[in-house]
Design a protein around this ligand. Structure first.
Ligand code: PLP
Length: 398
């Protein structure tokens, strides 16, 4: 009799479980639109050429050893990643506490623990949001609730509902916002709406946390996709950013990202950094080096940085082309409903508006793997499968 006999089998992860089912599926025609990872026009994973080049340089760099990194990552690696978000005067002010962390998820974990440590009791996230968000904050023993975000009829943002939801939050509550390319809806506030959101955060004395997992993926332009972060930075608010390099560098498996905490003073930033280091030390001691070295090599080598910026545009353009192709193919069939949201939404995902039953048909009948909420990863579409996906959506909604 095992001492683990009473341990029940946990359900498969809703997203990663679908990947397993896709692999096991023997259907001749099958499409994986579940996981948020970039795929080429041939449906293959892609190592960015800038990353491949930087990796060669990192491996042959005799100055790099395999010693432990500092708890918060190498000090000299911080500025180049801060510069993707913040202006030089903000960086120079010393008001940023920056910590290398385990991609976006690891950054959010540490931030959640920090929020608990500083006495925050409640986190509000958008409805809907990335499935892992509630779990991360609940795991840190924080209360988690949702504010309205998605408007089903317009398949757009429920801005009025969102602001009304924010008005109900209490002083000192944390509000989780996706800084760009909201997952799963692909719907972001407009610049004017962001200005109102910042204003309400100030009035209600909320603590903003910006989840930055897709900078560069929405428009291909880091500055344009960094709009909300800039606005928060110059608002005078203190806030958190979880910066992931999984998607925009294609470094999913290297677990590389950074926490940034914008503080009101250098003294506050120094104190925050010292406490964040305690959280990291106890959780995993120090971060991995390889992904951080690759990112640093790209950001500090002008030719590689230029290459990477072009690759970002290339990836976001391919996805945008697939939006046009999918909408065109669906509309050409006269499929019931409106389909402008396919091209209106941005980033990696489209929230199709398919119902749970329709999604079941997509998966079971047509072998098109997608999450139960109707989300599809546009990166999984390519010229070879887009017509089949459109045809299947047409059949599923009729
Ligand atoms: N935040 C959002 C909104 C995401 O969609 C994801 C990944 O899908 C993450 C954070 C975390 O990604 P990672 O931990 O791979 O950086």
């Amino acid at each position: 009799m095992s001492i683990f006999a009473s341990v029940p089998q946990a359900p498969a992860d809703p997203i990663l479980g679908l990947v397993g089912r896709f692999k096991a599926c023997t259907a001749e025609k099958k499409v994986n639109l579940s996981v948020g990872a970039y795929r080429t026009a041939e449906g293959k994973p892609w190592i960015l050429p800038s990353v491949a080049e930087a990796e060669k340089m990192v491996i042959s760099d005799t100055k790099l050893d395999k010693e432990y990194q500092p708890i918060d990552g190498k000090a000299e690696y911080k500025r180049p990643v801060q510069e993707l978000i913040f202006d030089a005067d903000v960086i120079d002010s010393g008001c940023l506490a920056t910590v290398q962390a385990l991609s976006g998820t690891g950054s959010l974990q540490c931030i959640a623990q920090f929020l608990k440590f500083m006495g925050v009791t409640k986190v509000w996230g958008p409805n809907p949001t990335w499935g892992n968000h509630p779990k991360i904050f609940q795991r840190a023993l924080l209360e988690y609730d949702m504010y309205p975000y998605w408007h089903q009829e317009s398949r757009g943002l429920d801005f009025e509902g969102m602001i009304a939801g924010m008005q109900k939050m209490n002083e000192g509550d944390c509000i989780l916002l996706h800084s760009v390319a909201h997952n799963p809806t692909g719907v972001d506030p407009t610049p004017e709406q962001w200005q109102t959101i910042v204003q309400v955060c100030k009035e209600r004395r909320l603590i903003p946390l910006l989840d930055n997992a897709y900078q560069g993926y929405a428009s291909g332009d880091l500055a344009k996709d960094g709009y909300a972060q800039k606005l928060f930075t110059h608002s005078g608010l203190e806030f958190f950013i979880a910066q992931s390099f999984a998607k925009n560098f294609g470094l999913y498996g290297e677990r590389i990202g950074y926490i940034h905490v914008k503080c009101a003073s250098k003294d506050a930033a120094d104190a925050v950094l010292s406490q964040m280091k305690i959280i990291v030390r106890q959780a995993y001691s120090s971060p991995p080096q390889h992904g951080a070295a690759i990112v640093n090599k790209i950001l500090t080598t002008p030719a590689l940085k230029e290459m990477w910026l072009k690759e970002l545009t290339f990836m976001s353009s391919r996805i945008s082309d697939m939006r046009t192709a999918l909408r065109g193919a669906i509309e050409a069939k006269g499929t019931p409903g409106t389909w402008n949201h396919v091209t209106d939404q941005i980033g990696m995902f489209t929230f199709t508006g398919l119902t749970k039953d329709q999604v079941v048909r997509m998966v079971e009948e047509f072998h098109i793997y997608m999450t139960a909420d109707g989300r599809i990863s546009m990166a999984g579409l390519n010229p070879g499968n887009v017509d089949y996906v459109a045809e299947s959506i047409d059949k599923a909604v009729r």
